[in-house]
Design a protein. Structure first.
Length: 363
């Protein structure tokens, strides 16, 4: 096990800067997920840590060692790739033990390690099969066993589940998380799937255009996003512009007005704000709210433009002013229906329109 420290890591491909001064500390034994859209630099950053790619500037530490000039084989890291990278002419057992044989590890030690890891990953009955005889999930378990058997200080996983179907992905991500907690090996996992990141990570690093937008606990990334990008990438958020007309009074496009609760007052910086609310925080009103609770809520009527059934919930598309609004509900809703909506004003996020940064409200 080892901590990882990145200091001002930059990567350029010609004039294109794909990583812009990355600073990051990953605690010993933690499970960290790099998440972001395609082209954000997450796989490049992983490959730099592995030594498969060299940084243009900055330093990489694994444990207390500066590894800038150390080759991949001497960094004591193990990678699990998206495409499994198994040798097709070898059995699962031969694939798993290949690295140990190259290092001339004694055969009895190889067998002990194999037995332990195969039991841990439940692949004891697959060891004599070749990759073509295995399913996608079984191949991925063999690839993981090959990485684990080396007993590395760090596991690096580059979208290892992206080739699997949805049901198997859910099963495998649970297995990987359980395995990491058992082994307590520092792990970095790359994905573009926000649900995967939220479900697996101890901490999430959200990347965008070569920068880390936020590095935090999953709950904080979701409930206290650093900016508009994070708010919209991790989960879904509705955004609409608002004008501050008084200390706590706001107006949305001259149509909907509301007053912030006294414990949520905002320090005056500008009159224009971008407001955000998650679909699950908007609710359908079945009856009029009691008068004493009304100041806490924003309510309005709207027409349902589209309704999508997603499992046990319905995602409806409607409007707040001229802004499209997504709402999650477990009620049966028809397209064209007029509904009354509301949300608790304490669930509203405020962002600076110019920078996109989230504004902390007074508590």
């Amino acid at each position: 096990m080892a901590k990882i420290c990145l200091k001002n890591v930059t990567k350029k491909f010609g004039p294109v800067e794909v990583l812009q001064g990355i600073n990051l500390e990953i605690a010993n034994g933690s499970f960290v997920v790099f998440v972001g859209p395609s082209g954000c630099g997450k796989t490049t950053l992983l490959r730099i840590i592995a030594g498969l790619e060299s940084q243009s500037a900055g330093d990489v530490y694994i444990g207390d060692r500066l590894v800038n000039e150390i080759s991949p084989k001497d960094r004591n890291v193990a990678m699990v790739f998206q495409n499994y990278a198994l040798y097709p002419h070898m059995t699962a057992k031969e694939n798993i033990l290949f690295g140990l044989k190259l290092r001339k590890v004694p055969k009895d030690e190889q067998e002990r390690s194999l037995k332990k890891i195969a039991a841990m990953l439940e692949i004891e009955n697959l060891l004599d099969r070749k990759p073509r005889e295995l399913s996608g999930g079984q191949r991925q378990r063999v690839a993981m066993a090959r990485a684990i058997v080396r007993n590395p200080e760090v596991f690096l996983m580059d979208e290892p589940l992206s080739n699997l179907d949805a049901k198997l992905r859910t099963q495998m991500r649970g297995s990987i998380k359980k395995l990491q907690k058992t082994l307590k090996t520092t792990t970095i996992y790359v994905t573009h799937d926000q649900l995967e990141a939220m479900a697996m990570a101890d901490k999430i690093a959200v990347l965008n255009k070569g920068k880390i937008e936020q590095y935090d606990l999953p709950a904080n990334v979701y409930n206290k996003p650093a900016n508009v990008f994070v708010a919209d990438f991790i989960g879904t958020m509705n955004f609409f512009s608002a004008t501050q007309t008084d200390e706590a009074k706001f107006q949305i496009e001259n149509q909907v007005q509301f007053v912030l609760p006294i414990n949520k007052r905002i320090n005056l910086k500008s009159r224009k704000y971008l407001l955000g609310i998650r679909p699950e925080h908007v609710f359908l009103l079945k009856q009029e709210l009691p008068s004493e609770t009304k100041p806490k809520y924003l309510t309005w009527e709207s027409k349902v433009n589209l309704a999508e059934l997603i499992g046990g919930e319905t995602l409806i598309y409607t409007r707040l002013g001229s802004h499209e609004l997504k709402v999650k509900t477990n009620q049966v809703i028809r397209e064209g229906q007029t509904i009354k909506l509301g949300f608790d004003l304490s669930n509203v996020h405020f962002f600076e329109p110019s920078t996109g940064k989230r504004i902390e409200l007074n508590e």
